[in-house]
Design a protein around this ligand. Structure first.
Ligand SMILES: CC(C)(COP(=O)(O)OP(=O)(O)OC[C@H]1O[C@@H](n2cnc3c(N)ncnc32)[C@H](O)[C@@H]1OP(=O)(O)O)[C@@H](O)C(=O)NCCC(=O)NCCS
Length: 205
């Protein structure tokens, strides 16, 4: 099954991730705290050094059938960019184990999510939704008025997940994921008040 938010190329160098993250600039932010309606046993917080292996394993398990990737280097790039304050990476912890993560980076006039993963045996429990909610909180803190991502047109589960979490389908790009597999651009408003050009917006609505 093809999956992944924005990993459009079968071969993808972690240094590209790093380069993309370099475009983001803000203060490091903590993501600690209980989020949304998620079970009390689960906690969402910012990624720490000790989460490296868990994040690498989660990404490999979720995406290895689709992408050839250095999973450890990917996790390290996320951690480094997070420590440098260029991106936010939140992890979900349950019973002292990391069971999910989600990244947020800058994108023109908003933020972008590349990866959100929940461990297979922990899905459908609200953890993915909680990770998205934590990411929206982080986006608001960074001043992003809108979030966007791309999912594969053949990944019906991911599309349903994001729609259930309040994301809108913005458009389709033919062959964006691979030849014969379109990319679906999804977005979600964080806060209209954060729009970069508020004076150019309609006065009503
Ligand atoms: C997509 C993913 C992150 C969802 O995480 P999750 O913890 O299972 O999601 P939640 O339990 O928070 O679900 C939130 C809502 O989405 C729905 N949903 C989640 N996964 C779904 C699926 N595969 N099919 C249909 N609906 C789904 C839930 O039913 C729930 O709806 P509700 O609130 O109306 O009851 C998880 O399935 C995953 O890690 N997939 C592999 C990686 C991936 O494809 N990531 C997305 C692209 S980067």
């Amino acid at each position: 099954m093809t999956s992944g938010c924005t990993w459009r190329r079968p071969r993808y160098d972690a240094s590209i991730v790093q380069a993309l993250f370099a475009a983001a600039a803000s203060e490091p932010q903590a993501l600690d705290g209980q989020v949304g309606s998620m079970s009390l046993a689960t906690h969402v917080r910012g990624m720490q050094d000790e989460d490296l292996l868990a994040v690498a394993r989660l990404s490999e398990d979720a995406f290895r059938d689709t992408y050839r990737f250095d999973w450890q280097a990917n996790a390290q790039a996320l951690l480094d960019a997070s420590r440098a304050g260029r991106v936010d990476v939140c992890v979900a912890e349950r019973d002292d184990a990391v069971v999910g993560y989600c990244n947020l980076r800058a994108w023109p006039i908003g933020g972008w999510i590349d990866q959100i993963v929940v461990a297979r045996d922990q899905r459908q429990k609200g953890i993915g939704r909680a990770l998205l909610e934590a990411t929206v909180v982080a986006a608001r803190r960074r001043g992003y008025w809108k979030l966007s991502l791309v999912v594969s047109s053949v990944d019906a589960g991911a599309l349903t997940f994001f729609r259930a979490c309040g994301w809108d389908l913005v458009g389709t790009m033919t062959d964006e994921i691979a030849r014969g597999i379109d990319g679906l651009l999804l977005s979600r408003i964080v806060d209209h008040a954060l729009h970069p050009n508020p004076n150019g917006r309609p006065t009503s609505g």
